[in-house]
Write a protein that binds this ligand. Structure first.
Ligand code: DL6
Length: 819
């Protein structure tokens, strides 16, 4: 909104076409008469990027001039997806650019499709980081993202004979026009070696880290334009480069290749993103990646800080560091090391600076995702850090023991070092002890942290653990991905909603206006048509836009319960087969999501979805009423097509297990109705949209916990529910895998014989009833559309602008620049 009047001048749009042609020749070495889309996409990207560099430099001088406190968001994952449309949207030049590109003989959409997603993350955690960067810069909060530039991002998923296959995501193979590589900036990152004591000139014992193996970190910046572009920030991603040192003993023996070997290997550090979502793999290379990010980032932070300060004493007044989960938590001993060993401070002063600098966000309570590192491994890779961690822990436990004398069990629970099963460093404990604030990502989740996972810490530090509910950026997740609906909203209530999402509430009265409802329904239908064409292209399957689009798109994980959704599909299938003339609401059930390559059960569920789809879609009785598809390679650019087209959003995790979810927010913001459990942010979505506008079912978090304590018997549900029994027997007996009858036995067994940990059996009947309510409401289109409008209208709270302002005011203590 801010710049729309003089946007042509500011971005020199009259010269854009010539610049594209110039870049075709000068940068890409291509003939501008060629009609290669990929070349034109690149030339356009460079021409757009160069328009922002000046604004970026101005933003940086603003930060310096005002001595603003800066926020550093440290994350092993960012999931920006594609950049082109995001730049154009935030610059406010989508329409102008579309015209210019048309004059060159292309549509903007076809050039957009030439861009590979930057898939530098697994899912929600990485996408949240990207939304927060957009919201920080759009609200003039001086912030930077710091991460790793993986050569291979999250794998490309294909489905072959119903099974997931992984292909490497060589996303930078043809270059990435958004990267600005800083060839002249290199930091040394140390590994291995040993910690040595010595006496300084005052006779104090000091430590130094010696005999290390060194790798160089080179930064690569990607600009992040704020909406309206009054500010442009960047995310700085590190790549590993070999150091110039040589293995001299090999070299002297004439073994040139041997001498080179270590150098070459060191560049592997940033080769590949670990593709496990919420599962610790515990590989040395992963710990190396974490320290690599932290070490390079802190060298950069301190360099920038020391340009304007002579002492590090004021670091917490100038720098706030947010740890995105525990992945970068090694930053705590690293800052201690720098302050003590490099800058000569004593422990107490250093620790005070440290704990006023860091804040930590927890994103999961799943035990298998909580990071612990073997002391042996950490001590070998980072010997000085291990010493510091021991000392942090010794002092911390002294304090706990003084507050809770004699409570040795509590001490062992709270210790940063886990003793049982071989010593390990508990990264969450380290992050809590070393941070001034710890936050969960939705009200329920933060409550679970306070009363469950981190209860001991909450009792010890009663004000440290709090909540900041997640959010999503409305620029990408409504304005950019859903032009039809955005246009309608802007025509109805003006354009301010995209910077102040609470404004959407002005749509509430329009839900009662039948003309508006018609227009709303038309926008949805248009999106459903677009998605149908995409599905046809992607999986060669026709789907009918006039059916209910029921969507579950997220990582494949047992706790997210895609299997429960499949059980509903099978039940619908049976009902139609039993009564082919039954009057049922026609549905298209779409799934998408990647399973971690080593996660056998999740991959088997993908196979089950595909086998169920094969049976259902081939059945003549079912035709026109039920259709199922799994769309391969769910990623950000696919989400941008799926989200606007959804009628129903499936958010059906076992209560207490999904920390927040952000897909739930994106879907509801685009007018989907949610069917979900009272889990994560679903609870707050219900509070905002009203219980009458959402389909809530199933066990609540405390009921799940209670059932676990008192003994849960899934067989009881099997025995008492004939419809459920039939579904389970079909899965278990090979109905969907006639050539391999036992294929889905592990799925059957997990529910029937291995305790049904995620409690699908208990939630099956309530889920079926909630789905019946969905079917009934969908038949009343007027009421459905009304509720769809009310959902979007009440999503103001879930803008990442709100989340970021809560972090800024309550945790980072920074104010937007210029306010
Ligand atoms: O906070 C972002 C996102 C939440 O919305 C999801 O509910 C949660 O599952 C996800 N957590 C992770 C944890 N990974 N680790 N560690 O991805 O965070």
């Amino acid at each position: 909104c801010k710049m729309s009047k003089n946007v042509r001048e500011v971005f020199r749009l009259d010269e854009l076409k010539d610049d594209i042609r110039r870049n075709m020749v000068a940068l890409l070495g291509n003939d501008p008469r060629s009609k290669r889309k990929f070349s034109y996409y690149n030339a356009l990207a460079y021409s757009v990027r160069e328009r922002l560099v000046d604004l970026w430099m101005r933003t940086q001088s603003d930060y310096y001039d005002s001595m603003a406190k800066r926020v550093y968001y440290l994350s092993m994952e960012f999931l920006p997806g594609r950049f082109l449309m995001n730049y154009l949207t935030n610059m406010g030049i989508v329409d102008e650019c579309r015209e210019i590109v048309a004059e060159l003989g292309f549509s903007l959409e076809e050039l957009e499709e030439e861009e590979w997603d930057a898939g530098l993350g697994n899912g929600g955690l990485g996408r949240l980081a990207s939304c927060y960067l957009d919201s920080m810069v759009s609200q003039n909060i001086p912030g930077y993202g710091y991460g790793i530039l993986y050569d291979y991002g999250i794998f490309y998923q294909s489905i072959v004979n119903g099974n997931q296959e992984e292909r490497c995501d060589n996303w930078r193979r043809h270059g990435c026009p958004w990267e600005i590589t800083r060839l002249d900036t290199l930091y040394e990152v140390k590994f291995y070696g040993r910690s040595e004591t010595y006496y300084d000139s005052d006779g104090n014992v000091r430590f130094r880290w010696v005999d290390t193996e060194n790798v160089m970190a080179m930064p690569c910046d990607i600009l992040i334009p704020g909406y309206g572009c009054s500010h442009v920030s960047n995310m700085r991603l590190w790549t590993a480069q070999s150091s110039r040192e040589f293995n001299l003993s090999d070299f002297n023996r004439g073994d040139y290749i041997g001498a080179m070997h270590g150098k070459v290997m060191s560049e592997n550090i940033t080769k590949v993103l670990y593709p496990n979502d919420q599962f610790l793999q515990g590989m040395e290379l992963r710990l190396k990646q974490q320290y690599f990010l932290v070490s390079a980032t802190f060298q950069d932070i301190l360099r920038r800080y020391l340009k304007q300060h002579t002492s590090l004493a004021a670091l917490p007044e100038a720098v706030a560091v947010q740890l995105n989960d525990t992945h970068p938590a090694i930053a705590i001993p690293e800052l201690m090391r720098l302050l003590m060993d490099v800058y000569g401070m004593g422990w107490d002063v250093a620790w005070d600076i440290c704990t006023r600098t860091f804040a930590y966000t927890n994103h999961t309570v799943l035990p298998e995702a909580l990071e612990t590192w073997p002391v042996d491994l950490l001590g070998r890779l980072l010997p000085r850090h291990m010493q510091i961690i021991y000392e942090i822990n010794r002092r911390f436990l002294e304090g706990v023991a003084a507050t809770f004398p004699g409570d040795t069990e509590r001490l062992s629970r709270m210790s940063v070092i886990q003793e049982e099963g071989g010593q390990r460093v508990r990264m969450a404990n380290l992050a809590i002890v070393g941070s001034h604030t710890v936050n969960g990502v939705a009200a329920l989740h933060s409550n679970i942290l306070q009363t469950g996972l981190f209860r001991d810490f909450h009792e010890y530090y009663p004000r440290k653990i709090r909540n900041v509910t997640n959010g999503v950026t409305p620029r990408r997740w409504l304005m950019q991905c859903n032009p039809a609906l955005s246009r309608l909203i802007t025509q109805s209530i003006g354009p301010e909603w995209c910077c102040n999402l609470e404004k959407l509430r002005e749509l509430v009265p329009l839900a009662e206006d039948s003309a508006f409802r018609d227009a709303w329904a038309r926008a949805k239908l248009e999106n459903k048509r677009l998605l149908s064409r995409y599905v046809l292209r992607k999986v060669q399957m026709g789907i009918n836009p006039n059916t209910l689009f029921d969507m579950q798109f997220k990582r494949m994980h047992e706790y997210k319960r895609q299997l429960l959704n499949v059980m509903h599909v099978i039940s619908l299938f049976n009902r139609i087969k039993d009564n082919p003339s039954a009057d049922i609401t026609p549905r298209t059930v779409l799934f998408g999501g990647k399973a971690a390559p080593g996660y056998y059960q999740a991959k088997l569920i993908i196979r089950l979805i595909n086998e169920v789809a094969r049976v259902v879609n081939a059945d003549a009785d079912v035709a026109g009423r039920l259709r199922v598809a799994f769309l391969p390679n769910y990623c950000i650019s696919q989400a941008e097509k799926v989200v606007p087209a959804a009628d129903l959003s499936e958010q059906i995790s076992t209560a207490g297990m999904e920390a927040s979810g952000t897909g739930n927010m994106k879907f509801a913001l685009n007018g989907a109705l949610t069917i979900g459990t009272l889990d994560g942010a679903n609870v707050e979505i219900m509070e905002e949209v009203g219980a009458e506008n959402i389909f809530i079912f199933g066990l609540k978090a405390h009921e799940v916990a209670e059932k676990r304590r008192s003994g849960y018997n899934p067989r009881e549900f099997y025995e008492n529910d004939a419809e459920l029994r039939r579904v389970m027997d079909m899965i278990g007996s090979g109905f969907f895998s006639p050539d391999e009858r036992g294929l889905f036995s592990p799925v059957y067994d997990s529910l029937m014989h291995h305790g049904d940990y995620y409690m699908l059996m208990a939630d099956y009947r309530p889920y079926m009833e909630a789905q019946a309510a969905v079917d009934a409401l969908y038949l009343d289109q007027d009421q459905w559309v009304r509720k769809s409008i009310l959902n979007a209208a009440n999503m103001g709270k879930f803008s990442s602008d709100r989340s970021v302002m809560e972090y800024a005011r309550g945790i980072w203590h920074v104010e937007p620049l210029g306010k």
